[in-house]
Design a protein. Structure first.
Length: 247
């Protein structure tokens, strides 16, 4: 509990940003008034579909990583083919019946298979110690790709190849991809992780492709923050995503 507070905290930390870029955006508010994850998913799905049908680009502020599933499903239904790029210490491909924050990308993979859609998955910044052998096997079975946090310098080439193979991209940033020294307010802090500077160039390359339809920031839990360290990084990244890498 606590990640539901993240969107308002992220907005609060963006409020004093000096604006230097020629872009604007609308705040569509929060997904509220639901008492089950399934209903929350449905409300978010329809909101994302509305954004897409209006030919707009959207940035979703989570929430746990369960947030991503509804958004990806909307994009799959709209475009029939999606490549997901996820900066995350965890694969989030657990094989479970119920939807949780730990299986959004496997659920998206299943949804694509059921509907004969094309789905590709790339996970960047993965912690080897935070994912079981079974999860690595699931990634192999999905024909998904990944780059470990200890080899993050390899991600540029991997991203470029992934972009060549996909026309539409969903971009997700899990705050636990960062080292706990700069982003402590997550459910599973990373001992190794990456830093803020390391992620900016890869994201710029992704946006330069002009293929990103939706993006999100997930897994920030304000209850565990220290002097707003994680909040400030999440706010910076939210601006970075909204401006499509213009900082």
């Amino acid at each position: 509990m606590g990640s539901e507070l993240a969107p308002k905290i992220i907005r609060k930390n963006m409020a004093n940003f000096a604006i230097h870029d020629d872009f604007d955006f609308d705040d569509l508010g929060d997904i509220e008034n639901f008492d089950t994850l399934e209903l929350g998913d449905e409300l978010l799905y329809h909101k994302c579909l509305e954004i897409l049908h209006n030919n707009h680009y959207g940035v979703i502020l989570g929430g746990g990583h369960e947030t991503s599933l509804a958004c990806i499903k909307a994009l799959l239904d709209y475009k029939k083919s999606v490549g997901v790029i996820n900066f995350d210490a965890h694969f989030d491909v657990r094989i479970q019946e119920l939807h949780t924050s730990g299986n959004s990308f496997y659920k998206a993979y299943e949804y694509a298979k059921e509907n004969n859609y094309d789905f590709s998955y790339l996970c960047l910044g993965v912690s080897k110690l935070s994912n079981t052998k079974a999860l690595f096997q699931t990634m192999d079975n999905m024909k998904a790709s990944y780059v470990l946090d200890t080899e993050f310098e390899k991600c540029i080439e991997v991203i470029k190849n992934f972009l060549k193979q996909n026309e539409v991209v969903y971009l997700s940033i899990d705050m636990d991809v960062f080292s706990q020294s700069i982003a402590p307010a997550v459910s599973a802090p990373a001992v190794f992780g990456i830093n803020l500077k390391e992620i900016l160039t890869p994201i710029k390359i992704i946006f330069e492709s002009k293929k990103v339809a939706l993006a999100d920031i997930c897994e920030f839990n304000p209850k565990f923050d220290i002097d707003n360290h994680t909040a400030k990084i999440a706010a910076y990244l939210a601006y970075f995503l909204l401006s499509k890498g213009m900082i």
